[in-house]
Every structure is written in structure tokens, then in C-alpha cells.
Ligand binder design. Structure first.
Ligand code: PMP
Length: 359
């Protein structure tokens, strides 16, 4: 099989060894005479898969006793509503809006109660993120929400905001485990799996245990962090196959240097790509240099027509998924954990050739 160079923003590339293992185990799961898809989530076989996934993610995240890991369905977007539902109580939630998803999280929370927008990059076309001390955080907030990596605009927050005693909540959907994360600083981290962790269909949550008490007793069970985490994500039937695949990705990460191994590879990939943009006047990056994402590299050629021609010609060369998101246009190369350095090398060669022949 001739695998494409996959620069899709998500769902996106998965490690080939993970796909091969999943294929080998698909029909007869580890000699049990049925597919994992056909087994009860209450049985021992799935239970082991589930608990191993939780244990491996905990190792990768360097989790201590203060936090609990659990899974929910509904994508990251469901969390835009469930975070305020569980964590705000009667207070006000603070937001840093650095892009499309951050703004979406803020507006969903506003439908459900009191919100204050403390910092936005909207007037700069979302080309930047704040430094850790750039945002004044009122100490009576219920929590502060930010988005660590802005998938569409290609910006990333290098250091999380300093929030004092206010719990820090982060949508880490597009850069979770792209580098080691100091989980102790967070009240809640959530991430849809379909970029760095596995397939769509499952969202990872890492919650500081003292915040479990904020989920009101009257909440419907499936909305309640306390109820879902209290049942080890099995209050209902969890997305078993997605969790199994996240487990395989976690094992693959552990075998390839963990989060710091990923960080080193990601830094090399991003340096290659931003280097190619900076070296050639034909290309212009969208993000301010200090806010550049290591996961989504956004750039453009001198015109929208050339952007379209670039994406079309790249696809013909096996370089897929480079069209920018419709809200910003231009081009975007998503270079998540599982995108190989050789794919980025191929893209850089293509960029040089395109600029030479079309510039
Ligand atoms: N947050 C971020 C940062 C995202 O990139 C995305 C999806 N691209 C979402 C939230 C929404 O995720 P989902 O489609 O899983 O609801």
C-alpha cells in the first residue's frame, strides 16, 4: 500500500504499527474467538483493555493521585457545555478566546450562565496567544478556560496562564501529549481523541479530584463528571473500540520515548516547516512567530488562486489535507504526533518546487 502523506487537521494520521495491530486483532481479538466489537464492555477482556489504556495514559501524563482520567462521548464540543454544567456552580467562568474553538466554548458557556471574556486575539485575526501573565484573572472566577492549541489559526500557547487559586481548564484537543504536560497545574484538561490520541468518538478528560464535588447531585447522570468518573467511564456503554485504539496509540507512544520523544520529533518537524516558510518570500505564515503552533502550520501563497493550485498539485503528489479551514483560507499543514518527519520533508521539497515554478 502506498500511504499518503497525511496533513489532515483531524481525524488525522495514526501510527502505522497501531493500524497494523488493530487489523491483525480485528476479527479474532487476541484468541478470544470474537472481535472486540462483539464483546460486552462488562467482561474481563474489555475491562483489561480499558484499564490498561487508563494506566498507560496516566503514565504518559505523569499523573499523580490528585487527578482522575476518564472518557466521554460527544466530542470535545460536548465539553463546551459540560464544563460549565459541572464546574461553574453559581459563579462566573472566565475565557481566553484565541480562535474558533475557544470562542465556541465561550459562547456555549454563555448560553448556560455567567461568562467573562478576559482576553481575545479576535482583532488580530487570531494570530497570537497571550503570555502566562498577560491576562489578569479575577480570583472569584469559578474557573478559567483556554484552548492550548488553535487548530484552525495555527497558534499555540507556550505557557499556560497563571491563574492563582482559580482552577485552570484547558481544551487540549489539538496538542494533547505533543509534549510533556504539567498536569498538576490544571483543574481540568479535555481533548477529543482524533488528532494526537486515536480515532474520533471519544474524549479524554483529566480532572482534579476535588472538583468532582462541583458536579451537582441533580445533574443527569450522563452529564455528570462525578457520576461518569465514579463508574470508571462505564456509567453507560463506552466507545469500546475507540478506547482500545487510544490504548494502542498510548502503548506506541510509551515505546517511542513518551511525551518528550514526541516533543523532540514535533519540534524538528515544526522547525523544518516554519524554516521553509521563512526562507521564501513566496510564503507567509499566519501566526506571529512567538505564538506558532507545533501542530498546525498555517500559511499562504501570494493569492487565493495559488493557494488552491498548491493544494490541488500537492494532492496529486500524495500530500493530502493541506487546504486551510474555510474560516481563514490559505493553507494548513497539520503535523500531529503521528505525522512522520519524512512526510514533512516531502512537503518542504514540494513547497520549494512549487515556489520555483509558480513564484
Ligand atoms: N476544540 C479544538 C481545539 C478542536 O480542534 C476541535 C475540532 N477540530 C474541537 C474542539 C471540536 O472537537 P469535536 O469535533 O471532537 O467536537
Amino acid at each position: 500500500m502506498n500511504r499518503i502523506h497525511n496533513f489532515s487537521a483531524g481525524p488525522s494520521a495514526l501510527p502505522l504499527p497501531v493500524l497494523e495491530q488493530a487489523a491483525a486483532e480485528f476479527v479474532d481479538f487476541r484468541g478470544h474467538g470474537s472481535s472486540l466489537l462483539e464483546m460486552s464492555h462488562r467482561g474481563k477482556v474489555y475491562d483489561d483493555v480499558h484499564n490498561e489504556c487508563v494506566a498507560d495514559l496516566s503514565t504518559l501524563l505523569g499523573l499523580g493521585d490528585d487527578h482522575v482520567v476518564f472518557f466521554m462521548g460527544g466530542g470535545a464540543r460536548t465539553q463546551f457545555a459540560l464544563v460549565p454544567t459541572n464546574l461553574r456552580a453559581a459563579g462566573t467562568a472566565g475565557f481566553i478566546t484565541t480562535g474558533h474553538w475557544a470562542t465556541g466554548a465561550c459562547s456555549e458557556a454563555r448560553k448556560l450562565g455567567s461568562v467573562t471574556e478576559l482576553w481575545t486575539s479576535a482583532e488580530h485575526g487570531h494570530d497570537r496567544t497571550p503570555g502566562p501573565s498577560d491576562v489578569a484573572i479575577p480570583q472569584d472566577l469559578a474557573y478559567l478556560h483556554y484552548t492550548s492549541n488553535n487548530t484552525i489559526y495555527g497558534t499555540q500557547t507556550a505557557q499556560p496562564p497563571l491563574t492563582g487559586d482559580v482552577p485552570l481548564v484547558c481544551d487540549m484537543s489539538s496538542d494533547i501529549l505533543s509534549a510533556p504536560v504539567d498536569v498538576a497545574r490544571y483543574g481540568l484538561i479535555y481533548a477529543g481523541a482524533q488528532k494526537n490520541l486515536g480515532p474520533a468518538g471519544v474524549t479524554l478528560l483529566i480532572l482534579r479530584k476535588d472538583l468532582l464535588a462541583r458536579s451537582g447531585e441533580g445533574l443527569p447522570g450522563m452529564w455528570s463528571y462525578s457520576k461518569v468518573a465514579g463508574k470508571n467511564s462505564m456509567l453507560n456503554t463506552p466507545p469500546v473500540y475507540a478506547i482500545y485504539l487510544v490504548g494502542l496509540v498510548a502503548k506506541h507512544m510509551l515505546a517511542t520515548g513518551g511525551a518528550s520523544g514526541a516533543q523532540q520529533r514535533n519540534a524538528r518537524k515544526a522547525a523544518m516547516l516554519y524554516g521553509a516558510i521563512d526562507a521564501d518570500d513566496f510564503y507567509a505564515g499566519h501566526a506571529q512567530p512567538g505564538s506558532r503552533s507545533t501542530m498546525n502550520v498555517t500559511f499562504r501563497t501570494p493569492s487565493a488562486d495559488l493557494d488552491a493550485a498548491f493544494a490541488a498539485a500537492a494532492t496529486k503528489e500524495g500530500l493530502s489535507g493541506l487546504k486551510g479551514h474555510r474560516v481563514v483560507g490559505g493553507l494548513r499543514a497539520s503535523i500531529y504526533n503521528s505525522v512522520l518527519e519524512s512526510s514533512v520533508e516531502a512537503l518542504v521539497s514540494f513547497m520549494k518546487e512549487f515556489s520555483r515554478t509558480r513564484g
